[in-house]
Design a binder for this molecule. Structure first.
Ligand code: HAM
Length: 428
């Protein structure tokens, strides 16, 4: 036997047991995004490498060491599997001149790729739902995006104790530059505590040192200057209005002046929704404002802000919180045996599907015992049994497969009705 080929480390298959829950979650997210007037955009999974280098920042973890970059052997072009969706959204918007008639609210979904160390909640191929509002300068649209996410948490059944909103403002470009200088000054005075990575970052991206997990550095980091002291007045007012709008909507943000985010394009507002139920990978949603990015990618200056949700982490959190879903599982499994039974089974299955039911029709023959075993092993709630007697009498037997209830011999219309009435909500 030849060796089995396995999936690439950190890249997961979605198996049929999880499929219905993913579909359910995706439908919920799409519905909520749509309720706020966001429109879908799709873009390729592969882009020119320079798109990400120019937008995410050269000295970020993603660009320095996590991108799946390769040379197209046919034309020598450097290509990269998308590590996130904001850069591609802006690229597509500029390429198709979508902002010509005013601001836009857009959303996207799909797999993203980062060569990270795989662990629970951190994968090399993972899935995001993201949205971007382009051309809106004010805090109103940020408030709206955060209020949207809070609605989604309610829809998913998360309580206020399950997720917390961390919020910060980074100020405008000049404020960030001032703060950067201060950090260089401060960390230069603590050179001895810096590891190799931090020393390298000192002059290129000192803000990232604040994110360092290096235990020897934690005390120095805790005493470092905080960005809030260098923020411009206008950004502070923007921030104050955002918080007021959130409070009025019943959302209490946790001010976190040390929240900096791992991508370079942010200014002013940054936020993360964090849960303490998933261990170290507890950020289920993250984003912020990026007013310089569109210009940086060659467009006419226009503001932007958005966020992305991590689908794998949301699924994990739904499991932790035992969220109840009405994910579609088969309503019935039809078994059939004997003269004329297959014909009758086909037509009963189609009639039940016409009535909106999800039906698995047994295929592959076998006696009733074997077929009923299959029905039991399926996720279906009922078995519909069609044998010669049933075919003759124009009826069928309906057998509940989970929970209580007696087997009954009834006609198809009655069976469809009882199956519909007995529809329950599944749980994870
Ligand atoms: P990000 O913080 O890099 O931001 O990713 C957003 C979310 O994607 C994270 O909070 C997390 O839930 C999920 N995520 C990220 N990396 C992984 C991974 N390796 N495995 C599993 N889940 C992961 C962005 O990507 C920005 N583009 C968000 C944004 C949109 N900002 C403005 N607009």
């Amino acid at each position: 036997m030849s060796a089995k080929i396995q999936a690439i480390r950190g890249m997961n298959d979605l198996l049929p047991t999880d499929g219905p829950v993913w579909t359910w979650l995706e439908a919920k997210i799409r519905a909520v995004f749509g309720q706020y007037g966001y429109q879908e955009i799709r873009f390729p999974i592969v882009e020119t490498t320079s798109l990400f280098v120019r937008s995410l920042g050269e000295v970020t973890d993603i660009v320095e060491k996590e991108m799946y970059t390769f040379v197209d052997s046919l034309n020598g072009e450097s290509l990269t599997l998308r590590p996130e969706g904001t850069a591609s959204t802006i690229r597509a918007v500029l390429e198709h001149n979508l902002l010509y008639d005013g601001p836009k609210r857009l959303w996207y979904a799909g797999p993203m790729f980062r060569h990270e160390k795989p662990q629970r909640g951190r994968y090399r191929q993972f899935h995001q739902f993201g949205l971007e509002a382009l051309g809106f300068p004010g805090p109103d649209v940020e408030a709206e995006q955060i209020i949207l996410t809070a609605r989604l948490w309610r829809e998913l059944g998360f309580s206020k104790d399950d997720v917390a909103l961390q919020l910060n403002t980074l100020g405008n470009t000049e404020a960030r530059a001032r703060y950067r200088e201060k950090l260089i000054e401060y960390f230069s005075a603590h050179q001895d505590s810096l590891g190799d990575d931090e020393k390298r970052r000192l002059h290129t991206n000192p803000l990232r040192i604040l994110d360092s997990k290096n235990p020897a550095l934690q005390r120095v980091i805790s005493l470092a200057p905080i960005s809030r002291d260098y923020i411009d007045q206008e950004s502070l007012e923007h921030y104050a209005t955002l918080k007021e709008l959130l409070r009025a909507a019943g959302i209490v943000p946790l001010d976190n002046p040390r929240l900096v985010r791992g991508l370079d394009y942010y200014n002013r507002t940054v936020f993360e929704w964090v849960t303490n139920k998933l261990g170290s990978q507890g950020t289920i949603c993250a984003g912020g404002r990026y007013d310089g990015l569109i210009e940086q990618l060659g467009g006419k200056p226009a503001p932007g802000c958005g966020f992305a949700l991590g689908v794998e982490r949301l699924i994990e959190l739904m499991k932790e919180c035992a969220v109840v879903t009405d994910a579609l599982t088969p309503d019935a499994y039809i078994v059939h045996h004997g003269d004329g039974a297959m014909q009758a089974a086909f037509s009963a299955a189609e009639a039940a599907r016409d009535a909106g039911l999800a039906i698995v029709l047994h295929a592959g023959g076998g006696n009733f015992k074997a077929q009923l075993k299959r029905a039991d092993g399926s996720a279906a709630r009922y078995a519909i049994i069609l044998g010669e007697d049933e075919v003759k009498s124009g009826r069928l037997s309906l057998k509940p497969l989970r929970g209580q209830g007696e087997q009954a011999t009834i006609d198809l219309t009655q069976a469809i009705e009882s199956i519909k009435q007995g529809r329950t909500h599944g749980s994870l």
